[in-house]
Design a protein around this ligand. Structure first.
Ligand SMILES: CC(C)(COP(=O)(O)OP(=O)(O)OC[C@H]1O[C@@H](n2cnc3c(N)ncnc32)[C@H](O)[C@@H]1OP(=O)(O)O)[C@@H](O)C(=O)NCCC(=O)NCCS
Length: 207
C-alpha cells in the first residue's frame, strides 16, 4: 500500500497528565505488546512520581504514538565502548566518567502509523516524534547541560535499525555490538545520539 507521508503540521502533542489520560485507551500496537501495556498501565504513575514524562502524539483526534523521556548519563567507562565516545573525553581537561543525557525510555507508534507494516496507512510519524525529542534535548542543553540522547533499542522489533537511520550510534564497539545482537537473551542494545552532531559514525554528522 502506498503510504501517506506525515508532515509536521499534521501532528500535535500533549504531555500525558491525569486530565488527558483517558485518551490512552485507544492506542494499539501489536508490534510491541510491552510498549502498548507500558502506556496503559505504567506511564501515568511514572509521570506522577516524576520518574519519566510521556508525550502523546495526535493525528487529528487519533492517538498515533507516544514517547517517554527521562534523564540519564552515557558512561565513558563502558566495557568495550564505542571508540567515538573517547572524543567526549578528549574535548575536556578533566577525565569525565560520563556525559549528561536525555533518555528515550519508551517510544512507539500505533499499527496504522508503523511504516514497516504493510497494512499501515502512514509513514514518517517516528521521525516527527524524534524531531520533537530533539527540541526537548535542545532546551535541556541550554538550561541544565545535556549532550547526548540515549536509548536501549529493542532487537525484536528491529528498532535499532531505525535509530541508526536517525543518526544514533551503538554505545559499544563493533565486536561487543555484534555479540549482543547475536545473543537471544539480550532484548535491547544501548545507543546514543550526539545532540551537537560532532561525535558519531554517520559521515554527514561531521561538520
Ligand atoms: C521505531 C518506530 C517508532 C519508527 O516509527 P515509524 O513512524 O514507523 O518510522 P518512520 O516512518 O518515521 O521512519 C523513518 C525512516 O526509517 C525507516 N524505518 C522505519 N522503521 C525502520 C526499521 N525498523 N528498520 C529500518 N528502517 C526503518 C522508514 O522506512 C523511514 O525511511 P525513509 O525516511 O528513508 O523513508 C516504530 O517502528 C515503532 O513504534 N516500532 C515498535 C516499537 C519499538 O520498537 N519502539 C522502539 C523502542 S526502543
Amino acid at each position: 500500500m502506498t503510504k501517506i507521508q506525515l508532515k509536521p503540521e499534521d501532528i500535535r502533542f500533549e504531555k500525558l497528565t491525569g486530565e488527558n489520560s483517558h485518551k490512552i485507551a485507544t492506542f494499539s500496537s501489536s508490534v510491541s505488546k510491552e510498549l502498548d501495556a507500558f502506556l496503559k498501565e505504567k506511564a501515568l504513575r511514572e509521570h506522577s512520581i516524576n520518574f519519566s514524562k510521556t508525550y502523546l502524539f495526535f493525528h487529528g483526534d487519533v492517538l498515533a504514538g507516544y514517547v517517554t523521556l527521562l534523564t540519564d548519563k552515557q558512561s565513558l567507562k563502558i566495557e568495550k565502548g564505542n571508540p567515538f565516545l573517547v572524543q567526549f573525553k578528549d574535548k575536556t581537561e578533566e577525565p569525565y566518567m560520563s556525559v549528561p543525557a536525555l533518555k528515550i525510555g519508551r517510544m512507539c507508534v500505533s499499527d496504522n502509523y508503523n511504516s514497516q507494516l504493510e497494512t499501515s496507512e502512514y509513514h514518517g510519524l517516528g521521525r516527527l516524534m524524534f524531531a520533537s525529542v530533539l527540541n526537548n534535548a535542545s532546551e535541556l542543553k541550554n538550561t541544565v547541560g545535556c549532550r547526548v540522547i540515549t536509548t536501549h533499542a529493542k532487537k525484536n522489533t528491529g528498532a535499532y535499525k531505525w535509530y541508526l537511520k536517525m543518526g544514533f550510534c551503538f554505545s559499544h564497539n563493533d565486536e561487543k555490538t555484534k555479540d549482543l545482537l547475536a545473543k537471544e537473551d539480550v532484548e535491547a542494545i544501548p545507543m546514543f545520539y550526539d545532540i551537537n552532531r560532532t561525535v558519531g559514525n554517520d559521515p554527514k554528522a561531521y561538520k
